[in-house]
Design a protein around this ligand. Structure first.
Ligand code: SF4
Length: 440
């Protein structure tokens, strides 16, 4: 599958500084009256990586699961270096490595890192970008942990996938642990009987579907149990694939993507019970589960759940012609109130396709919104959430970590390698291949 990629660089003459980091620094120093969700974000991530939660920012209330990887201390020379020095060192290391390394930057990554990326895109586009460089020895993935795992699944075994800061997890992905999902599956077996046995219509009782934003272990689970992976771009096609094979779907980790997609397909809300892994039967009754079409895992993205209908109402009051586009990880009421909902790639393409100057209010992560605003100065583009609150885990990929992993590569040492074991990788690839083969 070929993917499209962006080269989103601020252009000479751009009036908008796309750097969220600079914005937060200005707020903390008093040079800006804007608001941030936590002033601690102005510090280096090494100052908060050791805390038990995800650190400051949109996901600060979420707790990192036991056993999640932690980052060792970044050497002092990188912590003390100025932004200019780090940029110079990153450029020098990349020049020394040449074709031996590919640097990937997620749409939500901070600008100071994205500026060094060879490719910018969503997680699946970036994993495919790695495929275009089979001779690169190292793929440095400036995103979060599950994304680096996916790149490892799709790259050649001898290629090293590197995550510059191991503490860059994803609170949503961590909401569906493999133990909790296995436990859920056992309880569903008690209700529905043999989950592998098709009924008279050839449908099994339940097909597991996981969002790309999940661990490799979860993708492997899905692969082992006849299920499939989806992205925010193809969720509808994937649900159709699953409904052709099962009476119902177990969708995880993001309840909102599952609900928004199934609702748009005509599934009544009453047939979408929630599964909370902390409660017996997920907190639903056996009857509710029996009548279910989609069982929604109790997960969410801490960034996208910040968007509200009030923000949309305010944008419309202040800009009567505004076009509101939100990501389908937003709550249902927000998606319903918006003009359009779609993946990051959808949002970017919608803006790029607008031929007349347009005001866009966007409901997705602020690094992407500010970069789009800089790239398309003919439009007015702003984030629906007035508070500067980036994805705090993605934000942990500070340029200091990027400089460190690249300079270690120059010295012949691979640090922070992400490797998915074969017993997980094989079924996870099956689930990904099913997704690639699913047709609208
Ligand atoms: S934006 Fe949300 S889903 Fe994406 S990496 Fe951050 S926490 Fe995870």
């Amino acid at each position: 599958m070929s993917a499209t990629f962006l080269t989103l660089q601020p252009r000479p003459g751009d009036e908008i500084d796309p750097s969220v980091d600079h914005g937060i620094q200005a707020i903390v120093s008093g040079a800006s009256t804007a608001e941030t969700c936590n002033t601690d974000l102005a510090a280096g991530p090494w100052d908060f990586d050791a805390r038990p939660g995800y650190g400051p920012g949109s996901s600060m209330g979420d707790v990192i699961p036991t056993g999640a990887p932690r980052q060792g201390e970044l050497p002092a020379e990188y912590r003390a270096a100025s932004e200019d020095e780090l940029h110079a060192r990153i450029r020098a290391a990349k020049a020394a490595l040449g074709e031996r390394v590919v640097v990937l930057g997620h749409f939500y990554q901070r600008e100071e890192v994205v500026t060094h990326a060879d490719y910018v895109g969503d997680s699946f586009q970036l994993a495919n970008a790695a495929l275009e460089h089979p001779d690169a020895e190292a793929i440095v993935f400036c995103g979060v942990h599950f994304m680096a795992e996916t790149a490892d699944l799709l790259s050649r075994p001898e290629q090293a996938v590197i995550l510059p800061n191991l503490a860059a997890g994803c609170s949503m992905a961590d909401m569906a642990s493999i133990d909790d999902v296995e436990e859920c599956w056992e309880q569903l077996e008690d209700i529905y009987g043999d989950l592998t046995a098709p009924d008279a219509d050839g449908l099994v009782p339940v097909v597991p579907v996981t969002y790309m934003n999940s661990s490799a272990a979860i993708k492997g689970f899905v692969g082992r149990h006849g299920g499939i992976v989806c992205t925010s771009s193809n969720a509808r096609t994937v649900l159709e694939w699953a409904f052709a094979r099962g009476r119902r779907v177990l969708f995880f980790p993001d309840q909102h993507l599952g609900r928004n997609t199934a609702k748009a397909m005509g599934v009544p809300l009453a047939q979408m019970p929630m599964w909370n892994p902390r409660k017996p039967l997920g907190g639903s009754s056996a009857d509710e589960l029996d009548g279910a079409r989609v069982i929604l895992w109790h997960g969410f993205c801490s960034v996208h759940r910040r968007f509200t209908v009030d923000q949309i109402d305010k944008a419309r009051a202040e800009h009567p012609d505004v076009r509101v586009i939100v990501h389908p990880e937003c709550p249902m009421a927000v998606v319903d109130a918006a003009d359009e909902a779609g993946s990051t790639d959808y949002i970017r393409k919608a803006i790029a396709a607008a031929s007349e100057p347009t005001t866009f209010a966007i409901g997705t992560e602020i690094n992407l919104v500010q970069r789009l605003a800089a790239q398309f100065p003919q439009h007015k583009i702003f984030c629906l959430d007035p508070v500067v609150c980036p994805c705090s885990t993605m934000y942990r990929i500070h340029p200091g970590y990027l400089a460190w992993v690249l300079e270690r590569l120059v010295a012949g040492e691979v640090v922070n390698r992400i490797t998915v074991p074969a017993d997980v990788a094989d079924p996870a690839r099956v689930a990904l291949e099913r997704m690639l083969a699913a047709k609208p």
